[in-house]
Design a protein around this ligand. Structure first.
Ligand SMILES: Nc1ncnc2c1ncn2[C@@H]1O[C@H](COP(=O)(O)OP(=O)(O)OP(=O)(O)O)[C@@H](O)[C@H]1O
Length: 293
């Protein structure tokens, strides 16, 4: 299978999603989520959050460190681990096949199968997501052998090369081990792996925070292209509002566990409704300013 062209992917996506106009075609809906970290003094990290991710859009989640972005992303992807606990709310997935799934009700193998095939997550540390003792190519091969058992060896190799090329990595690097790659290239490999099984949604939690500023920007720009090519919907969590203002279609701004603003990014950029968002926007450097030094 070849990586579809942007136009091709959009057409395929339009054909595959006949049930609603794109503007209202919600793929993931979170309603009234509450997450508590259990402990001697329980911490209420996410408070009554409702959000929607529309098909083919990039939803940015922004806010200062500790406001609950990561906890929310994990709750949406059903990835919370103790002591974190979803105490209220529901996440519903509306598949391309028009089947609606209540993610909060999935358990065990059903949940694992869902996460393999429909929704994947990318975290900050690429090294944790990669096996250090296995070549990159072998890791792709393992994914396909485990989850696409009908793919022939040649097809698996070709698909891995296509995915690497799609994220801007020289396919020849598939022969190498993760430690031989730069941090930016490793994170690109992780993103390619997250796309390997054609998920409908990818949740990225600070996918570039461990990288230098140039690599961060390059990868964030790449994410827009990937959304277009793969027709995937993306939840992109970052503490840095600047790239989200350019890259995201809609923005959710969090403060102290709550989403205080959730609107199209262009509307927020024109004039935020919430004073906290206005403060965040004012604190951004003005690109017209002279660089320091
Ligand atoms: N394992 C944990 N146990 C207890 N409290 C936690 C745990 N992980 C996070 N928290 C707390 O939950 C709150 C939200 O944290 P979270 O990591 O979701 O915020 P964030 O906005 O993603 O921050 P950052 O940008 O620093 O990653 C914080 O007060 C944090 O201290």
């Amino acid at each position: 299978m070849t990586v579809p062209s942007i136009v091709g992917a959009r057409r395929a996506f339009a054909a595959a999603a006949p049930t609603a106009a794109p503007a209202t075609d919600v793929v993931l809906r979170a309603e009234h989520l509450d997450v508590v970290y259990d402990g001697e003094r329980p911490l209420h990290a996410v408070r009554d959050v409702s959000l929607e991710l529309r098909r083919g859009e990039i939803l940015g989640i922004a806010g200062e460190p500790g406001c609950g972005k990561s906890t929310l992303a994990h709750a949406i992807g059903r990835m919370l681990r103790p002591p974190a606990r979803l105490t209220r709310g529901r996440v519903t997935f509306h598949g391309r096949d028009a089947v609606e799934t209540d993610l909060t009700a999935l358990r065990g193998e059903e949940l694992r199968a869902f996460r393999r095939n429909r929704l994947s997550m990318v975290f900050q540390s690429a090294m944790n997501a990669l096996n250090p003792v296995t070549t990159v190519g072998r890791q792709f091969d393992d994914i396909f052998r485990a989850h696409r058992p009908r793919m022939a060896a040649g097809e698996r190799r070709e698909r891995a090369r296509e995915l690497l090329a799609a994220v801007g990595v020289d396919p020849e690097l598939a022969r190498g081990h993760p430690h031989e790659l730069s941090g930016g290239t490793r994170q690109r490999v992780v993103i390619a792996m997250a796309l390997a099984l054609d998920p409908e949604v990818v949740i990225m939690d600070e996918p570039t925070s461990a990288l230098d500023v140039v690599a961060q920007r390059e990868i964030l720009d790449e994410i827009v292209g990937l959304r277009d090519r793969f027709g995937v919907s993306v939840v992109l969590v970052t503490h840095d509002l600047t790239p989200l203002l350019e890259l995201s279609d809609r923005l959710a701004v969090m403060y102290a566990g709550r989403v205080v603003e959730h609107a199209p990014t262009a509307r927020i950029a024109r004039g935020a409704a919430h004073p906290y968002t206005r403060g965040l926007l004012r604190s951004l450097p003005d690109p017209r300013d002279e660089p320091p030094g």
